[in-house]
Design a protein around this ligand. Structure first.
Ligand code: DSN
Length: 424
């Protein structure tokens, strides 16, 4: 076959974009060459519906070993007793948990998307808000933090069958112990979606939900620095509280319900090439160097938050415990929207995303905030000193957003800085 120069030309352009730019999207990272090699391997050719050693296809003896290793490594990484590494993404992992735990129209209680939650935690435009009946908790206006004790008032009023912890733009740690007590008192299952901070949890830098939550979901491509994908885990397996039975009448274990909810419940054939890449990434995260990387991610986030604060920007909750921060632009510049900030920074090769802030007054397509994260820049080797430089460049671009000459100068400063930290 003739090489597809159109697509490979675009891939080269994307590599150049990634090389020259400062990547501050909190949910992105740069995987190692061996993670990419595993993803681009012959394993993409294999169908393997089912679980290792219980497949619906022949010829699975090699992919069984790959998937077993991925499962073993992720269990070791988080201290889990059970894991399913087949979810194609974090959203698919959440869909499987909900299918396993809930019936259509059952009540769920999640963190409000407008306060930093996720679409799959009950948003009206997502399956989770269309199939199930959501209610939400949020942050306190004065502190920008969740008051975990207040969640109980909502749980008592709403009686949700599932309570969801986890966020996509919340910079503080979670009190899983209190949430489990609330879940137990209100007969709810507790799901922690740790897609964003999972790497930092594995490195022991944040509270671990495994001992407290019934079930845990995560993506594998954010702080965990693996391929795009998802995983479901359990700290302790137990007899299924929903009372599902096998065809022979035996009460199923929760892990059996979860496995069935992934396949055949919500997915077909697993992506064994991606599962191989997950195994490689989990192996990298088990290496002692990964802990140092995660510590630097947090140190960089704190340095960036403090530099942005010194430049007059307001960080929601006043700082960060993890890899990201949410900035309300209004106190610095009432005219500056998240949409304009994202576009301006893209123009100077700094990639961020606009983000709604708690108690937002603008539409989700405009917003009053931006979200910044440090996992990707930290992988490239940037440290606290460079975070000060990045904050200065962001500020210079935003303050001079109408001045093309200054924007051009900022862009070349960004490109020069990033050239000192080569990627691949
Ligand atoms: N899109 C992801 C993020 O940026 O946080 C969440 O799914």
């Amino acid at each position: 076959m003739k090489k597809d120069t159109t697509i490979f030309g675009l891939i080269d352009q994307e590599l150049d974009r990634q090389q020259r730019g400062a990547e501050l999207i909190a949910s992105e990272n740069f995987v190692s060459q061996q993670v990419m090699d595993a993803m681009g391997s012959v394993l993409t050719n294999k169908y393997a519906e089912g679980l290792p050693h219980k497949r619906y296809y022949g010829g699975c003896e090699i992919v069984d070993q790959v998937e077993d290793i991925a499962i073993d490594r992720v269990k070791q990484l988080f201290g889990a007793t059970w894991a399913n590494v087949q979810p194609h993404s974090g959203s698919q992992a959440n869909a499987a948990v909900m299918l396993g735990v809930l019936k259509p129209h059952d009540k769920i209680l999640g963190f409000d998307l407008a306060h930093g939650g996720h679409l799959t935690h009950g948003s009206s435009v997502n399956f989770s808000g269309k199939i199930y009946t959501p209610s939400f908790y949020g942050v306190e206006k004065e502190t920008g933090r969740i008051d975990f004790n207040k969640i109980e008032d909502i749980a008592r009023k709403e009686s949700p069958k599932l309570i969801i912890a986890g966020a996509s733009s919340y910079s503080r740690d979670w009190d899983y112990k209190t949430l489990r007590e609330i879940a137990d008192r209100n007969n709810a299952i507790l799901l922690a979606d740790i897609s964003h901070p999972s790497g930092l949890i594995a490195a022991g830098l944040l509270n671990n939900p495994l001992p407290h939550c019934h079930v845990i979901t995560s993506t594998t491509h954010k702080t965990l620095r693996g391929p795009r994908g998802g995983v479901i885990m359990m700290g302790e397996d137990f007899e299924n509280p929903m009372g599902y039975t096998t065809m022979k009448g035996r009460v199923k274990r929760f892990s059996e319900v979860m496995d069935g909810a992934v396949f055949p419940g919500t997915q077909g054939g697993p992506l064994e090439h991606v599962i191989a890449a997950k195994a490689v990434a989990f192996g990298e995260a088990l290496d002692s160097s990964y802990g140092a990387y995660c510590k630097q991610v947090v140190a960089n986030a704190q340095a960036l938050a403090s530099a942005m604060t010194n430049l007059g920007y307001e960080i929601i909750s006043g700082g960060t415990d993890n890899h990201l921060m949410l900035i309300d632009l209004r106190p610095k510049d009432a005219e500056l929207t998240g949409k304009t900030a994202e576009k301006t920074l893209e123009h100077v090769d700094i990639t961020i995303n606009k983000n709604a802030v708690p108690f937002e007054t603008r539409s989700p397509m405009v917003t009053s905030g931006i979200r910044l994260g440090t996992p990707a820049l930290t992988t490239r080797g940037l440290k606290e000193a460079e975070m000060g430089l990045i904050a200065g460049l962001i500020n210079k671009a935003l303050e001079n957003r109408e001045n093309e000459a200054i924007l051009k100068q900022v862009k070349s400063e960004v490109n020069e800085l990033m050239a000192q930290f080569p990627l691949y």
